[in-house]
Design a protein around this ligand. Structure first.
Ligand SMILES: *Cc1c(COP(=O)(O)O)cnc(C)c1O
Length: 360
């Protein structure tokens, strides 16, 4: 879609992105801060994000090899870590040719690795399951895996694991998980990586050699409403325009299903964004949006292409005005709470028909 008649956009603030990176990189100053840009950089445009960070970041991470190849197509030349490792044997060749590091988590991948000639010379990261029980070798398996690697591969190896409750400051589990990984690290004398965003913020002893920075890079706190008052700046502003304004009488219903009834004469603005754009259908009436710096509630059900907003209490609102759905004025966390999901899901579900526009 090159022609844009509709103004619905996700505006991406790359200056904020760079500031967030620097802020977190300073917090974990002894570690290498990996920028996690899987899922199109959490919906922020992975290639643009990678370009903006390329002078600061030494390693990017994505989920699977297709995402890394897309970065190469767009001219990103930094090393890319593939967090879920190879899905196919031939992924090893692609990784070798393209300077991708591979996270290995299962025996079948070790088998593929061992059948490569000449041997795979990219960096290998071993994922160990320390308690999340989703992905990774069991602690007891590590010895046998180590013995299957060549001396060269062992030399550069990074042991890593993933927290299941890093956002909960009162949980005992993160330090238990960390202790399991650190025991292996001292046994084998490897580098290690444990912390995601919440790990970086809540568990400084987990920083290790490499942190894996995702959500906080995009200016969103993984640990709730800025309890540490971090100076993170939201990178994405999801916005749309008012395309109609009208008044409904007391007692009238608004939108599909007649789920909202006017308790007073109400001025409604109809805004050109809906669930087909990634604004969740189950967002509750009362969820705030921002118009010219003022707050107004969404009322009635979210439709595919439109929402309705009660602007009765606002002044000077006209057709064409920009409405912020989330960003610097409206916390994405509020929208997430009001639609039974989390900030991560909202960011990654902004749909393809919403252009990502770099803020100037
Ligand atoms: C996505 C991902 C991260 C980043 O997590 P955030 O919570 O977004 O910081 C880190 N490590 C792994 C293995 C991941 O898959």
């Amino acid at each position: 879609m090159n022609h844009t008649s509709r103004h619905t956009q996700a505006v991406i603030d790359l200056d904020a992105l760079v500031k967030n990176y620097q802020y977190i990189d300073n917090l974990a100053s002894k570690s290498n801060t990996i920028a996690v840009i899987k899922a199109d950089a959490y919906g922020h445009d992975a290639s643009k994000v990678a370009q903006a960070l390329s002078s600061k970041v030494t390693l990017f991470a994505v989920g699977f090899i297709d995402e890394a190849l897309a970065l190469r197509n767009d001219g990103i030349s930094k090393t890319v870590l593939i967090l879920e490792g190879p899905f196919k044997e031939s992924d090893f060749e692609l990784a070798q040719e393209n300077d991708f590091s591979l996270m290995l988590h299962s025996d079948y991948q070790i088998k593929w690795l061992r059948s490569m000639t000449p041997e795979f010379s990219g960096d290998i990261w071993l994922k160990v399951d320390t308690g999340m029980n989703r992905l990774g070798f069991q602690v007891e398996q590590v010895d046998s895996i180590m013995s299957q690697l060549t001396a060269q591969q062992r030399k550069k190896l990074v042991l890593c694991s993933h927290f299941s409750t890093a956002e909960q400051v009162d949980s005992a589990k993160p330090l238990e998980q960390l202790a399991k990984l650190k025991k292996l690290v001292s046994q084998y004398g490897c580098q290690f990586s444990m912390a995601n965003s919440a790990g970086i913020l809540n568990w400084p002893t987990s920083h290790g050699d490499h942190t894996r920075l995702g959500l906080a890079l995009y200016g969103i706190s993984p640990i709730g409403e800025n309890p540490l008052s971090q100076p993170l700046i939201p990178v994405m502003t999801l916005q749309a325009n008012i395309i109609a304004i009208h008044t409904v009488k007391i007692g009238e219903y608004v939108g599909y299903g007649d789920i909202w009834q006017a308790q007073r004469e109400t001025i409604l603005a109809t805004v050109a964004i809906g669930y087909a754009d990634g604004y969740p259908r189950n967002t509750k009436s009362g969820t705030p949006v921002s118009i010219k710096g003022a707050i107004a509630p969404v009322v009635g059900r979210v439709s595919m292409d439109m929402i309705t907003v009660d602007i009765t209490d606002l002044e000077n609102v006209i057709i064409g005005d920009i409405v912020e759905l989330w960003g610097k004025n409206i916390s994405i966390d509020i929208v997430a709470q009001n639609s039974d999901t989390i900030n991560y899901e909202l960011l990654t579900r902004v749909s393809k028909r919403v252009p990502k526009v770099i803020a100037s």
